[in-house]
Design a protein around this ligand. Structure first.
Ligand SMILES: Cc1ncc(COP(=O)(O)O)c(C=O)c1O
Length: 489
């Protein structure tokens, strides 16, 4: 009598993001488990119908994922007896593996990209309550078009060759002056590097400061795009708890081998808390004692509605340990792809060299137009307009929120989003699915969770962006939520 190999009854830990290709995600999750040995050779997989029911997806999706694994040699079939994990060769690859799979054995970055590659951003016109977008409808496009036309009508020949990799000198000067006035952050224009958004600024920091195997501390929950940069660079991510005062500096101090922390102190992403002054000083002290670096991401610092903003870490830093990141994505629009990095003097030149090697420099015309936009006072006016609009949109959300059905939203003193904690991930998924069914976008707090060694379950909640659409559209979306939630509850 032949004994049947064990059936993989529970596809443990497989979670699929409904916003992205499900078959691809399932294929990747299963392949990862085969490669790292969690699914051993000759293990029998559940029937496609059974797995589809367990994961709450269509059978077709499972069949497509299985087909891909068959095609690459990870699975083999026995007529009438289902799908089995194939025998792996010496290099951990299926015998007769496809070239792409074989490449992974020699290029470890491929596996890291597979597990930590970028999320696909939500696309299409703004909708309530999409995260990460400001009020596009208020941008003064006529002024921008006029300044663009002025620049391109008669550009001086010296601006048409290669530019400074660190950025347009006038723009760097204006940003240094702006940070001094608006944030109390004194820096020289030479310390300011223009980047292609915050994303490139963080990626440059990772390129310079992270070696494969290094520990990097991040807030938990954390900004996924930053975590992905560090993970793909080969870092070991260490999630540090966040409480009402922000990052738990005692937990950070317990790490013995960590020399880099990435943090969003002015408005923690995604929970929304502000790092207290005491914690700021502790964090700087940690960096000084450990010769560590801090990347301070001040992505939405223009949006503060009440209370005095605390000084950025970079303004309190006496030892040159803080790299300060800013972006124009939240005050203008993300497609502009302009941001900046204020670096300690010792790091300016290497960062600028890395930028030169990667992309030479950002496009000259857009930098010059932004400089003119700031110099003529349009930027400051626009900030005031955007802050007022975001505040009104925030109020529309807070006033109309169905608190009796799902719990009251916390107060929002800063930023463009709000986070509502919930009791369970199941509840979180249920509310998000119900909202999606009526065309309202909500995001899951648990998606921003970094699993730790103890594999503690993520904290659940809803994260809502309130600035992307006007009060009327917010009211319409809230009416839909009230209907779908109250009739369900
Ligand atoms: C924490 C955080 N940092 C930075 C950014 C902006 O990134 P970028 O300037 O690359 O558009 C975002 C956007 O959502 C963010 O949430």
């Amino acid at each position: 009598m032949t004994t049947r190999p064990p059936l993989l009854l529970e596809p443990a830990g497989i979670r699929l993001d409904p916003r992205q290709g499900l078959a691809r995600q399932l294929y990747q999750a299963l392949r990862e488990r085969i490669l790292d040995g969690r699914m051993a050779s000759r293990m029998r997989l559940p029937a496609s119908r059974e797995l589809a029911a367990t994961l709450g997806i269509s059978r077709n999706t499972v069949v497509r994922a299985y087909d891909q694994l068959y095609a690459e040699g990870y699975l083999e079939g026995r007529v009438g007896d289902g799908s089995y994990v194939a025998e792996l060769g010496a290099a951990g690859m299926p015998r007769g593996a496809a070239p792409a799979a074989a490449a992974e054995a020699t290029l470890p970055i491929l596996a890291r990209l597979r597990s930590h590659g970028p999320d696909s951003p939500r696309t299409g016109p703004p909708r309530a309550f999409r995260l990460g977008i400001p009020a596009f409808d208020l941008f003064p496009f006529e002024t921008w078009a006029r300044l663009q036309a002025q620049f391109w009508r008669a550009p001086s020949p010296e601006r048409l060759g290669y530019g400074d990799p660190a950025g347009d000198p006038r723009l760097r000067e204006l940003i240094a002056a702006y940070l001094g006035n608006a944030r109390g952050l004194r820096c020289t224009p030479e310390q300011v590097l223009i980047t292609s958004g915050a994303q490139q600024a963080i990626a440059l920091c990772a390129q310079l400061l992270v070696q494969a195997g290094d520990e990097v501390a991040l807030e938990n929950h954390c900004y996924r795009s930053a975590a992905q940069i560090f993970a793909v660079a080969g870092a070991r991510l260490q999630g540090i708890a966040v409480d009402d005062d922000g990052l738990d500096t005692r937990q950070l101090a317990g790490l013995t081998d960590c020399r880099l922390a990435y943090i969003t102190p002015s408005h923690q992403y995604p929970t929304g808390v502000t790092l207290s002054l005491a914690r700021r000083l502790e964090l700087l002290d940690w960096a000084g004692r450990n010769q560590a670096w801090i990347i301070e991401d001040d992505y939405d610092g223009e949006y503060r509605y009440s209370g005095t903003p605390l000084a950025p870490l970079a303004a309190l830093d006496r030892e040159g340990r803080v790299l300060y990141v800013g972006t124009f994505s939240k005050i203008a629009f993300p497609a502009l792809r302009l941001g900046y990095l204020v670096a300690p003097p010792a790091l300016v030149e290497p960062l600028s060299q890395l930028r030169a090697l990667g992309m030479r420099h950002s496009e000259t015309g857009t930098q010059a137009v932004l400089a003119e936009f700031i110099a003529q006072g349009h930027f400051q006016r626009h900030i005031r307009r955007m802050r007022r609009a975001a505040q009104a949109r925030r109020d529309a959300l807070l006033d109309g929120w169905p608190a009796q059905a799902v719990g009251a939203l916390p107060q929002v003193h800063a930023g463009l989003h709000v986070c509502l904690p919930l009791a369970s991930v199941a509840r979180e998924r249920e509310l998000i699915e119900q909202a999606a069914a009526v065309g309202v976008e909500l995001s899951a707090l648990s998606d921003y969770w970094l699993p730790g060694p103890a594999r503690e379950p993520p904290r659940a909640g809803l994260v809502l962006g309130f600035a992307g659409v006007d009060e009327e559209q917010i009211a319409l979306a809230l009416a839909k939520l009230r209907k779908v939630w109250q009739c369900e509850l």
